[in-house]
Design a protein. Sequence first.
Length: 520
Amino acid sequence: MVKTLKKMSWLLLAMIMLLIAAVFLLYLLPLKGPDVRPVKGDWFITNIHVVDVVNERITRQQHVVITDGRIEAISASIQPTDYGHHQLIDGSGNYLMPGLWDMHTHSLKISPYIHHPMFIRFGVTSVRDMSGCLDQNDAYWGCPKDRKTWSQQADAGQAVSPIYHQQSSYQTNGGNEVPDGFVDYFRVNSQHDAEQLVDFYATQGTDFIKTYSELSRDQFNWLAEAAGEQGMTLAGHKPLKVPLTEALNNQMSSIEHGRLFAFDCYQDIAGFRGLDDPISAYNADKIRDIINQQNPKRCAQLMREMANSQSAWVPTLTTLKMSAQSKAVNFEDEALLDYIPTVVKTLIWQPDVNRAARGHDREGRFVHQDYYELVETQIKQAHQRGVKILVGTDNIDTLVYSGLSVHHELQHLVEAGMPTTQALKAATLWPAEFSGVAAITGSVKEGKRADLIILRANPLDDIKNTQTIKAVLLNGHYYDHQALMSLEQYTSEMASSIHLNTKYLMHMLMSPLMRVQLAD
């Protein structure tokens, strides 16, 4: 009996050791990227209807010439024989629009295998990333160097990726986000710390400092002053302790998420801000109070102030929609979940949906749908008053699907009251203007990059037609329908892959930044 138990113990230990060895082997082995590569060359697109987002109209039956990745000519009179070395694309009955932007993404080291293919599959050729690293490379998060490399490879047609036009710092949250072992100035305990932090990110080629919810007013103002001196801006969450007017006066370039006006138009916002820990008080009853106690006059004034500022609003309605629809989500039959890694679905998304589904106030009323409807109303009011709204999804957040959720966000904005033409601008022209690259992308115009989508149906007739994608061009590199379907299939296979899921989990556990977040 004793010998048998010893044998079983040794067998169990051996199995554990083999499992650990297998996990580390899978972690160390590189993942295989998609076999898909775009077709390189010069193109002559015949008889296509051009979506003119600038003038909000369709220019019909145009021929479009693409040479060396740029739009050389758009005309009904030119002929393919004038460009004998260009490859022909029959655009008859189709529509040509600018590539889409996602202005709020989060890149991971593993993004080339699960996010980038789906961005291209759904016509998202440009993104603004809202994450980064501290002064050490990170196992989990994409750093500026990673994003620049991906963009260069995509421009050359060597890899599947959108273009990352701007670089972000890691989230700056007052110090609780900084693990032990990192330089102390990331905690922003003084004006000097803020200056050192901004100096560091300036040397990394970062365009803005990503602010987060728990920054104090002093920390926010220190960062704003230091960033201004370096020609950088602040963007991200408006800290709870900072009034909207103060954020606008500090030239915050963009403010993220749908709660912006719901918070600042709340009658008791001063009392809420005055709490030692407002986030811990932010529960279903507080949300109900926020919904019930809005100050329309203050809201109108704040919207006018923001419209007159340089600040844009990226409401990421898709993230609020998650909570609103949480009670109806069934993880057993949701087909889109096939594109999400198993560890993400199981360890992050499902618990997040379950928490949202319990969002009932003290009277048993579900708050999240009512909250979403309040924000929808404020989207319409803000747009009517001239607030610049940009499309962003908070990619990697729960029930946000890379690429596809840009189309969902467009639909949400139109349902909230934005005209279709304006919603399209919010995902094409306006992000390019915001990012300082409108001279080279963001619309279908001679001289601009060929970052384009060929659609089967007119997006001005129905915003859902942005999903009728036939082909995508990035810097003139051509992904036909078969290539796009292959990218979708690749992502589905990777999402269920033991290799990828092992790497994903190990990346999380080996990242000191993520260990701090997971412990919070």
